[in-house]
Design a binder for this molecule. Sequence first.
Ligand SMILES: [Mg+2]
Length: 333
Amino acid sequence: MKLKDIGEFGFIDRVSPLGLIRADGVVKGIGDDCAVVSLEGSDYLLVTTDLMVERVHFMIDWTSPEVLGAKALAVNLSDIAACGGRPRDAFISLAIPDHLDVEWLDGFYRGMSDLARQYRVNILGGDTTKSKSDLIINLAVTGLVGRDEILLRNTANVNDVIALTGPTGEAAAGCSILTNSPDLPDHIAQPLVRAHLSPRPHVKEGRFLAQSHACTAAIDVSDGLSSDLAHLCKDSNLAAIIYEQDIPVGDNLIEAAHMMGMDPLEWVLNGGEDYVLLTAIMPEMWSLVKEQAISNGFNIIQIGKFVQGRGIQLVGDSGRSEELEPKGWDHFK
Ligand SMILES: [Mg+2]
């Protein structure tokens, strides 16, 4: 059997029972944005880790070392944000190929450290080794969240509002622009490329939602809207209805798709690496949450609701609805 036969999630299901030796204190093991551990006191400990491999996750000549260093940390902070947490400390391990010089690595750490400072996160250790070909980057980040604030994936309820803290698809559009180098005006291409290279982790949004006590579940959109919504549905044992007309789509993305002969909805639904939060909000709290989010300086956009059943229905602009298959990122497929 090959990994592509079972996929990334099949592989995770296969190995995860082997890890849980001692269940005491483990609130969430494998299968959410962070592992959640119960210690003494009123907070849970969050732990997340992400692996980035050259030529799989990034091309080294697409970006400056500073930008890559910041992204490696940002994607981990996004998982802490998805659990409503406050990020604390980071640990970084690198497998470094010969062709990278010390000045490049200085830049990488400078970029990571600048972002770490913005979020008051320490970088406290890790490991370094030689790599025979590609650069391999692993970060682990810890965080804390109040026991009564934690946001998980399996706790959405029927009728909860499905909402996004930002648009999806822009990072995928940016990646496609970097891959295919289409002839696009800079004012359209640059913001999309930036969305791919420099995602902003929605830590502020995650903290706001955790403290609102109106958010019942959350995930960060890393695999793609269709796949990450499918994770929320499956884990919460619910179905979802989302409305095409309510899904936020930026003008630059529409313009780029048009000029590149692409379907904008393909990026928006299946793109991935958006690092916005996809959340479930109690319906009776929705208007208050929306209003308070705006007064806190960010937007939250309703795209549908959770219902009884299985799967995701996408209601098109014509009113016709179709089953939306999760077609986002799966590493082995
Ligand atoms: Mg995640």
